[in-house]
Write a protein that binds this ligand. Structure first.
Ligand code: MSP
Length: 659
């Protein structure tokens, strides 16, 4: 088994629902993990697919008047389409209805039977008669005949008995605990591992692994009146996909090469199946156990769990159209942590995309390219020697690479991305201090050296961000003439660390803005009623009969979403054809020069504003007025006859943020 390989899996998804933000989340985490390992020079295998057997799926097909097979077939294109849109580069898409998977399930169960881990007995469980399905729950906990309700139809369940095949799970409790003790990082995060350990310590009951009442499944080996219970069927996908149970030599070779998996990724709801049942099956079959399970928490929408009845289920395809595929990937990886449930909102997504992607990074890349190319610098030569601040910048880049490797290695994606943004801010600050737009007029060689420094820095950031935003980062790399190519055996992070910052860059203009600014708030892609968070202002009468509009209370986090920056007004003039609008050119330092329109022409003499440093809101959606774009808003007070802008009384750096 080669150390230089990485085999990563997602859960296989039930096909009774189309992909949604939750399933997209799991899949993007896995895609990023796989790409990160490819970037580090590993040979990768990435498995995803669909879980297609069982009662629920058969019922759904029946509701639609379809045969189960036709129904499951019809659900594959939506999954494949969503993953294609999101750049999910899987190596194999497995379906539990694939013939070789079915054969592998039979082989595994036969192995368990041969090792005397399977016996037939009577199964007692809760059964919902109208739904014709077993319901999870502890029969021994029923008091005074008080039956629990079926979670799906809310009617009382019954206790029924059925002949089932059982797996001797109870015999594996000690072995599992020994394994956990010997592999203290088997499940991440720690809290989820502890939950699994506590569950096993609480005592394991034998597990029913067949159903007599469910016909849509794989026939149980030796007894076709039963089908294999869905979880026994589903978990086996991780080995069947890489050749387990295959008669061919290539199947056996592939299994030898890829198994055990390096990483199984899943949501917290199914950690127990992967952390207890799956290892026990593998132990019984004499197979090696997966190396690690990464368990992530839930995505909530505006603090509420996504559900069809609330109408707040976010469709990944619609999200991609509205926000951009890689912006959504970035947002999910940067603003959630796997250990805690994360509440997301579309407003937050808009703000983040504009601030991090359009302003900080997109603008930086664009400014450097425009600056260099408009000054005839197409081929940026290697620098002869680094000046002191160049040395500091290079050190920061090396620190960034190390931090990112460390955090990615611990699956702290949000912290890794935070480290890249810290470095991007340092690049912006470097550009601001060096002022290449002034230097170019006096010293072309120094100008080229500054551009070279920033190109090296952008290359570092783009390479580290490639697993999260592969096509955008490739566009950036190509604009620098420095394509990102993963190669087995070559660790690109190592190359970044060793890079002597003496590369030649051949620059090319970008065909389109990398991350176009989004309107704020972007039209809601799902039902408005459940997503709306903004409340109407409360109007109160004051004792003096004056109408006071009391704004709804906001949190400090909400306030922090408003990006207010210091800018110097370089030019001010009335807008031709309008008697109300003034047009400003404002310098925001590292955030660039913007055009801002303001309807105050009749309230202030525009000539008094030139060279003034004032406060502007900079993350409002761009607006077109009289055919001209406004990229922000001048902040001030209007008493009806005069306008007083908020101006600074002391010189401050342009682009400084108001807090
Ligand atoms: N078919 C089983 C898995 C078998 S794997 C051998 C299954 N399928 S599922 O379609 O219901 O869920 C798949 C994954 O999506 C799970 O990891 C689940 O946690 C995840 N998510 C579903 N909704 C989610 C959120 N709202 N947030 C994050 N992930 C969630 O279970």
């Amino acid at each position: 088994m080669s150390k230089n390989k990485f085999y990563c899996t997602t859960p296989i998804y039930y096909v009774n629902a189309a992909p949604h933000l939750g399933t997209l989340y799991t899949t993007v985490i896995a895609d990023v993990a796989t790409r990160w390992n490819a970037l580090r020079g590993k040979e990768v295998f990435f498995l995803t697919g669909t879980d297609e057997h069982g009662q629920k799926i058969a019922e759904k097909a029946a509701q639609l008047g379809q045969k189960p097979r036709d129904f499951v077939d019809s659900m594959i294109p939506p999954f494949k389409k969503a993953w294609e849109i999101y750049g999910i580069e899987y190596s194999k898409f497995i379906r539990t209805t694939d013939v070789d998977h079915e054969q592998a399930v039979v082989s595994l169960i036969e192995k368990l039977i041969a090792s005397d881990d399977v016996y037939k007995s009577s199964y007692q469980g809760f059964y919902c008669v109208p739904d014709e399905t077993f319901v999870v729950g502890d029969v021994d906990a029923v008091k005074d005949g008080q039956m629990p309700l079926c979670p799906s139809c809310q009617r009382p369940v019954q206790i029924v008995q059925e002949e089932n095949y059982f797996f001797r799970l109870s015999a594996y409790a000690d072995k599992l605990l020994e394994f956990y003790a010997a592999h203290p990082n088997f499940i991440q995060p720690k809290e989820k591992f502890n939950e699994v350990i506590e569950f096993v310590k609480g005592g394991l009951k034998d597990l029913s692994i067949s159903r007599k009442t469910v016909s849509w499944g794989i026939p149980f080996p030796g007894d076709p009146s039963h089908t294999v219970y869905v979880w026994g069927d589903a978990l086996t996908n991780y080995i069947s996909a890489v050749g387990y149970g295959s008669d061919s030599p290539s199947g056996a070779e592939s299994f030898e090469k890829w198994w055990p998996a390096d990483l199984h990724i899943m949501g917290k709801d199914i950690a127990r199946f992967h952390g207890v049942y799956w290892p026990a099956f593998l132990m019984a079959a004499g197979l090696p156990l997966p190396k690690k399970l990464l368990v992530h928490s839930y995505i909530l929408v505006n603090d509420v769990k996504m559900s069809k009845s609330l109408g707040n289920v976010l469709d990944p395809v619609v999200l991609a159209e509205t926000y951009g595929v890689e912006s959504v990937r970035y947002f999910l990886m940067r603003y959630t942590s796997f250990a805690q449930d994360a509440s997301v909102s579309l407003e937050q997504m808009t703000t983040v995309i504009n601030a991090d992607l359009s302003n900080s990074f997109g603008n930086l890349v664009n400014r450097v390219l425009v600056l260099a190319l408009s000054n005839g610098l197409e081929v940026v030569p290697p620098m002869e020697a680094l000046e002191e601040d160049g040395v500091v910048l290079r050190e920061r880049a090396h620190e960034c690479v190390m931090t990112v490797c460390d955090e990615m290695g611990h699956y702290n994606y949000h912290l890794a991305l935070g480290a890249v943004w810290k470095f991007i801010n340092e690049l912006n600050a470097y550009l601001h201090v060096q002022q290449p737009w002034k230097v170019v007029k006096q010293d072309k060689a120094r100008f080229a050296a500054i551009i070279s420094m920033v190109c090296h820095g952008i290359k570092v950031a783009a390479t580290l961000l490639w697993p999260v935003m592969p096509s955008k980062m490739q566009l950036i790399a190509d604009a620098l003439g420095s394509h990102i190519t993963c190669e087995v055996g070559k660790d690109l992070t190592e190359s970044l660390r060793r890079m002597a910052w003496n590369k030649t860059f051949t620059l090319q203009q970008l065909a389109a803005p990398l991350f176009p600014r989004l309107e704020n708030p972007v039209p809601q892609p799902v039902e408005e009623k459940s997503m709306k968070t903004t409340e109407a202002p409360v109007v109160e009468q004051s004792p003096a009969e004056q109408v006071v509009v009391k704004a709804p209370e906001i949190t400090i986090d909400e306030f922090a979403k408003v990006e207010m920056l210091v800018g110097t007004i370089l030019e001010a003039a009335p807008l031709a054809g309008s008697d109300k609008l003034l047009k400003f050119k404002v310098d925001f330092g590292p955030h660039g020069v913007r055009q801002i329109l303001s309807g105050i022409a009749q309230l202030i003499d525009y000539r008094t504003l030139v060279t003034v440093q004032a406060v502007f809101v900079c993350n409002l959606a761009e607006r077109k007025m009289r055919g001209e774009i406004s990229q922000g808003m001048l902040v001030g007070v209007d008493n009806g006859t005069a306008f007083s802008p908020l101006i600074l009384t002391q010189d401050m750096p342009n682009g400084a943020r108001i807090r």
